[in-house]
Design a protein around this ligand. Structure first.
Ligand code: SF4
Ligand code: SF4
Ligand code: SF4
Length: 342
C-alpha cells in the first residue's frame, strides 16, 4: 500500500498505529515527503537520566536519523525536520550550544516543535549555560507551534518527583500551570513511559508535521497509544488470569497479577507494540508492569511486587471484582424489591 499524506492520516486514525511503524516504514517516509514546511526541533533536558534521548535515538526501524535528515522539502535539499538544539547529542557545547537555542527561537524559517525530556525542579537545581532550567522552558514555550513532553519525568514528574521529592520536581503541564500558563499546559502532548517509546514519538511527529490533530485522553496522552487498558484489552497473558494461573516469581508461566502486575491500572500499547525494536516488553520477560505510562508513577505503584488490589482496596479495583460486586448488588436489590412487593 502506497501512502500519501491522506492515506497516512486515515491509517493512523483507523489502525491505532500498533504494528504500523515497522510494517510501513517506507510508506511513512513517502508520506513525509509531502510535508511542505520546515520543522525545527528544540529538545530540552531537565531532571532526566537521558534514557528517553537514548530510546529515541536508537529507534531502529525506521531509523530516526534517516527520517530527520534524508527527507527534504521539495527540491530545496533541506531536511524536513532539523533538531536545532538537542543538548545531549549535538556536538556544540558552551556558548555555541546556547546560540543554537537562540537560533531555534529567532532565526529558524518554518515551524517549531519543543520537546521536553525530564522533570522541572525548583529554582537552583538544574542550571544550564548559567540559566535555570525553569527559565529555559519559560523562554522556549512561546516560540513553539507544538509542545511535546517525552517520557514519564517530563509528563508527570516521574522518578525525580518520587517521595520525598526534595527538589520539587514536577511534570511540564504542572509547571506551566504554576507559572500561570494554563493556556499552554492544555496544549502539551504527553508521551509518557520510562523511557518514552520511539514509535510513539516518531508517529506523533509525523502526524503533527502532516497536519493531523491527535486525539488526546484526560492526561493529554494520544489515545492512539494510550487508549486501551492493558489488562482488559490487549494482554496476551489474560487467558491465564481468567483461568487463575498466576506466577509468583520470574520465569514461571502465567499471569503476573499476583507478582505485582499493574496492567489493570495501565493504559498503553506495550503488550502489542513491545520494545527494543518490537521484540519484547516488561511482562513478556517475566517482570510485572510497574505502570510507567501512568500519572503518579512510581509512587502510585509501590510496592512494585504487590498485587494492585493489595494496595488500594477502594480505588482502581480489578474490573472483574466490579462485575461481581455489581451482580451481588443487583441481586440484593431485586430480592429487597421482591420482599417489599410481598
Ligand atoms: S522518563 Fe525514565 S528514561 Fe526518561 S528521563 Fe525520566 S527516568 Fe530517564
Ligand atoms: S495482570 Fe498483568 S499479566 Fe495478568 S492479564 Fe493483567 S496485564 Fe496481563
Ligand atoms: S509494560 Fe508497563 S512498566 Fe513496562 S513499559 Fe509498558 S507501561 Fe511501562
Amino acid at each position: 500500500m502506497k501512502l500519501n499524506r491522506r492515506n497516512f492520516l486515515k491509517l493512523v486514525a483507523a489502525m491505532g498505529a500498533t504494528a504500523f511503524v515497522t510494517n510501513y516504514k517506507a510508506e511513512i517516509v513517502k508520506a513525509l515527503e509531502e510535508v511542505k514546511d520546515y520543522w525545527h526541533i528544540c529538545w530540552l533536558n531537565g531532571a532526566a537520566c537521558t534514557g528517553c534521548t537514548i530510546s529515541f535515538a536508537q529507534a531502529a526501524d525506521p531509523d530516526i536519523v534517516e527520517i530527520l535528515t534524508s527527507i527534504t522539502v521539495g527540491n530545496s535539499r533541506l531536511p524536513i525536520a532539523l533538531p536545532d538544539y538537542m543538548e545531549t547529542i549535538h556536538p556544540a557545547s558552551g556558548w555555541l550550544a546556547e546560540h543554537l537555542k537562540e537560533k531555534w527561537k529567532n532565526g529558524a524559517k518554518g515551524r517549531r516543535i519543543l520537546i521536553v525530556e525530564g522533570a522541572i525542579q525548583k529554582e537552583g537545581y538544574c542550571v544550564i549555560g548559567g540559566k535555570d532550567f525553569r527559565e529555559h522552558v519559560k523562554e522556549a514555550i512561546d516560540y513553539a507551534d507544538y509542545i511535546i513532553a517525552f517520557g514519564a519525568c517530563a509528563c508527570f514528574g516521574g522518578i525525580p518527583s518520587s517521595n520525598p521529592n526534595p527538589s520539587g520536581a514536577m511534570g511540564l503541564q504542572e509547571f506551566l500551570k504554576e507559572i500561570g500558563r494554563a493556556d499552554l499546559a492544555s496544549k502539551v502532548i504527553n508521551i509518557p513511559c520510562c523511557p518514552g517509546h520511539p514509535d510513539h514519538l516518531v508517529i506523533t511527529l509525523a502526524s503533527v508535521m502532516l497536519g493531523m490533530k491527535l486525539e488526546l485522553d484526560n492526561y493529554n496522552r494520544p489515545k492512539l497509544f494510550f487508549g486501551k487498558n492493558m489488562h482488559l484489552e490487549i494482554c496476551p497473558y489474560r487467558s491465564y488470569y481468567d483461568m487463575g494461573i498466576f506466577t509468583t516469581k520470574p520465569g514461571e508461566e502465567g499471569c503476573r497479577y499476583k507478582f505485582g502486575c499493574k496492567g489493570p491500572d495501565v493504559y498503553t500499547d506495550c503488550a502489542l507494540r513491545k520494545w527494543n525494536n518490537h521484540v519484547s516488553y516488561c511482562v513478556q520477560v517475566g517482570a510485572p508492569c510497574i505502570g510507567c505510562a501512568e500519572p503518579g508513577f512510581p509512587d502510585r505503584f509501590l510496592p512494585f511486587y504487590e498485587p494492585v488490589t493489595n494496595r488500594r482496596p477502594f480505588f482502581n479495583i480489578d474490573p472483574n471484582y466490579i462485575w461481581v460486586g455489581g451482580a451481588v448488588l443487583a441481586g440484593a436489590t431485586a430480592y429487597k424489591v421482591k420482599k417489599k412487593e410481598e
